[in-house]
Design a protein around this ligand. Structure first.
Ligand SMILES: Cc1cc2nc3c(=O)[nH]c(=O)nc-3n(C[C@H](O)[C@H](O)[C@H](O)COP(=O)(O)OP(=O)(O)OC[C@H]3O[C@@H](n4cnc5c(N)ncnc54)[C@H](O)[C@@H]3O)c2cc1C
Length: 391
């Protein structure tokens, strides 16, 4: 397929059809809906708005589309999922995170289904897939980020073995403000290194959801979870005692890869906006686009996007063949997060003062992309992982 920033995928009819339908939904329905309701990336998210998107996306077959058919999806492979994710953020839709179920939805639970009992599937995970419930994933604490083993949230078994009592404070749980339950990783009380994962209804006595810090993107989707003597039934232990970090971190390799297309899409949007601006903005008697310095910036931006997309799709294809991608996923996230941030920086430069203005789309993309050099693994942690595996 020849390189283009907005591919047609005409070598893959199924993907071409899906991308076509997704683009139509985004431009003809979701973006007009956001405009009508004044929804921006920084608007507080409320459940009725999100449920509207989940329901419509499910009707169109997009919600949870990558899950296997037995879970209600269409079994999309990783390559196809990456393509759809890039299209979502490239559209500029503020609610694009809720179309496939990235935020609190099916994409959050897909990787943990294999650890769930039938009862956990029926009560927790399948309702998420159907868009009836939402979840968050809580591992980070104020003093435990990259070094998750520093966590101090504990789980204490009750003497009769019927429950575990959670105590602790989790921060920066995405989707917590509107989730129904959390997947919480806690240290088994009295142990140094045994961590377990629990499904915790957020209305359980002893569990409180607090407004989280607002990150620099301005998006209001994070919350804190506080557990004080919070009794969780033993049946809500996910997997086995001591498997908590495997469950938590096991999904991280794939998540690192699957974040990349979203970053590429956002940077592609910044490129589109920059080209449009450079065509219409005049300086010294000509459009900016006539200036070679501006053309060179656009060339650098397109080249960074080509490199990032090539890496990501090559790695996704390897994952589709069942190969181990732990090194490559770290390389993809490292390169893509840094490259897409450089693209956003160039976009701000091309826009001049407009790009510095609070609320301008390019300025919002710049702030959002800056976060991904830290979120789901910092640049330094990716480098550590790459060298540890290769040397
Ligand atoms: C918007 C947002 C959403 C989030 N969503 C979630 C979520 O849903 N669930 C969840 O559990 N968490 C979530 N997080 C937390 C996120 O995963 C952590 O912020 C991230 O893992 C980094 O941890 P930290 O911020 O504590 O930084 P730290 O770990 O304190 O790192 C600080 C600096 O030290 C560097 N550093 C640390 N250790 C090393 C090392 N060994 N070698 C080299 N450098 C090192 C880091 O790279 C970084 O530059 C979210 C965070 C944000 C901002």
């Amino acid at each position: 397929m020849p390189y283009t920033l907005e591919p047609s995928y005409d070598d893959n009819p199924r993907l071409q059809e899906l991308v076509g339908r997704l683009r139509t939904y985004l431009t003809d329905e979701l973006i007009p809906y956001e405009r009508e309701h004044g929804i921006t990336p920084e608007s507080p998210l409320d459940r009725p708005t999100l449920e509207h998107v989940w329901k419509r996306s499910a009707e169109l077959g997009f919600y949870g589309i990558s899950l296997p058919p037995e879970l209600g999806g269409q079994g999309l492979n990783f390559t196809e999922l990456c393509v759809l994710k890039e299209e979502l953020t490239a559209s500029g839709a503020a609610l694009s995170h809720s179309v496939l179920g990235d935020l609190g939805g099916p994409l959050r639970v897909g990787a943990i289904v294999k650890y769930a009992t039938q009862e956990q599937l029926d009560r927790y995970l399948l309702p998420v897939v159907r868009g009836e419930r939402a979840c968050c994933f809580s591992i980070t604490e104020q003093d435990a980020g990259s070094d998750v083993r520093r966590m101090t949230t504990t789980a204490t078994p009750t003497p009769d073995g019927a429950a575990y009592v959670l105590d602790g404070h989790k921060v920066f749980s995405s989707a917590a403000p509107f989730a129904d339950f959390a997947i919480v990783v806690a240290r088994m009380a009295g142990t140094e290194e045994a961590y377990s994962a629990f499904l915790v209804d957020l209305d359980t006595p002893g569990c409180r959801v607090l407004d989280g810090e607002v990150p620099m993107s301005g998006q209001q989707m994070e919350g804190d979870l506080v557990f004080e003597d919070c009794r969780v039934p033993a049946a809500n232990l996910l997997g086995e005692i001591g498997q908590g970090l495997r469950i938590g971190i096991g999904r991280i390799t794939l998540n690192r890869l699957l974040h990349c297309p979203s970053l590429i899409g956002a940077a592609r949007r910044a490129w589109d906006l920059s080209v449009a601006y450079a065509k219409q903005r005049e300086a010294f008697g000509q459009p900016l686009l006539a200036l070679q310095a501006i053309q060179h910036k656009l060339a650098d931006m397109a080249t960074e996007l080509y490199a990032a997309r090539s890496m990501v799709l090559a790695t996704a294809a390897r994952a589709d063949r069942g190969e181990n991608i732990s090194v490559e996923a770290n390389m993809c996230k490292l390169f893509t997060s840094e490259a897409c941030f450089r693209v956003a920086d160039q976009a701000v430069q091309i826009h001049g003062k407009a790009g510095l203005t609070r609320g301008h789309e390019v300025e919002q993309i710049f702030r959002s992309l800056r976060m991904f050099r830290i979120v789901t693994g910092t640049t330094e942690i990716h480098k550590n992982a790459i060298v540890k595996a290769l040397v």
